[in-house]
Write a protein that binds this ligand. Structure first.
Ligand code: FES
Length: 289
């Protein structure tokens, strides 16, 4: 992690800022903390931050007000919210102010690192600090996508249907496609990115014939899901977010699969596996041969 990439964690609960700082610093991130929205503004007026992780409910200046201030004064910085279970209302408010993702409270170190890692990648891609090589898409694919955008662009609430069609056409939603949709629908890239992050049916990476989703939420984490994730990575010889060489499996982590009573939980396509363990992983994968 480059030292000049700076993260600010904002929360009035010192236990949250301290644990975020400890977890992220252990992975080499450059992290500072602020205890309120006001404190964060003061810090941002004195120094540049590339990514801000902020709570929403804080005394004096809440997170939404802070994000609005950032939109006007620090538009290049990315924002991730730290929030309790996100309701439709929270999601709507957050999307309206242009956040790029969220960390659910209570969070596990794995979820914090997962969300932060993707947010850092997104901010770097947006600002061109670390531009990835462009992937080429066939012109026929792009013109089909443009036709869809054209068809929907004057209709309100069209972002989700357009992104669904884009995913059907391309297979997934890489940054170039999200940017094209954003431009076509007159949205900011951050708005499109946050919609794709929130809804698990969207994917930013290509998927294999069988998509494995394994849960990093609290209930699964305390039941040592990480051991099963490591076993999956070793068996499939891929990392989280990747596809096996034969394109048979892809591996994703999620924040909660809504089946906490069965923890640790894994879903392959539409089938749920409860109480997974490293021992069971090989047999489960074998049943897909
Ligand atoms: S925490 Fe894993 S299913 Fe809810």
């Amino acid at each position: 992690m480059a030292d000049d990439f700076r993260i600010l964690v904002v929360d009035d609960e010192a236990v949250i800022t301290r644990s975020c700082q400890r977890i992220l610093q252990a992975e080499g991130y450059n992290v500072e903390t602020a205890s309120s929205g006001k404190d964060a503004v003061l810090k941002m007026e004195q120094a540049g931050y590339n990514l801000v992780l902020t709570d929403l409910k804080m005394p004096e200046m809440d997170g939404i007000t802070l994000i609005k201030w950032m939109k006007n004064n620090r538009p290049d910085a990315g924002v991730v919210i730290i929030t309790g279970y996100p309701s439709q209302e929270t999601i709507k408010d957050a999307l309206d102010v242009g956040i790029i993702d969220y960390v659910p409270k209570p969070f596990t170190p794995a979820v914090l690192l997962d969300v932060t890692g993707r947010a850092v990648e997104w901010v770097k891609g947006k600002t061109g600090v670390e531009e990835k090589p462009k992937e080429e898409f066939p012109p026929s694919m792009i013109s089909e996508l443009d036709r869809v955008i054209e068809q929907y662009k004057t209709k309100p609430g069209s972002s989700i249907p357009v992104l669904q069609r884009a995913q059907e056409i391309v297979g997934y939603l890489p940054p170039q496609i999200m940017k094209r949709v954003a431009r076509g629908l007159n949205l900011s890239p951050a708005e499109v990115h946050s919609i794709v992050s929130f809804y698990s049916f969207f994917t930013m990476k290509p998927r294999g014939d069988h998509n494995i989703r394994i849960c990093l939420g609290t209930a699964c984490y305390v039941k040592r899901v990480e051991e099963s994730i490591n076993k999956l990575k070793a068996e499939l010889k891929i990392d989280v977010g990747d596809v096996t060489e034969d394109k048979k499996f892809s591996l994703e982590t999620v924040r909660c699969l809504g089946a906490c009573g069965l923890a640790p939980v894994m879903v392959i396509d539409d089938k749920t596996y409860g109480a997974v363990s490293p021992k069971k992983i090989k047999d489960i994968l074998g049943s897909y041969s």
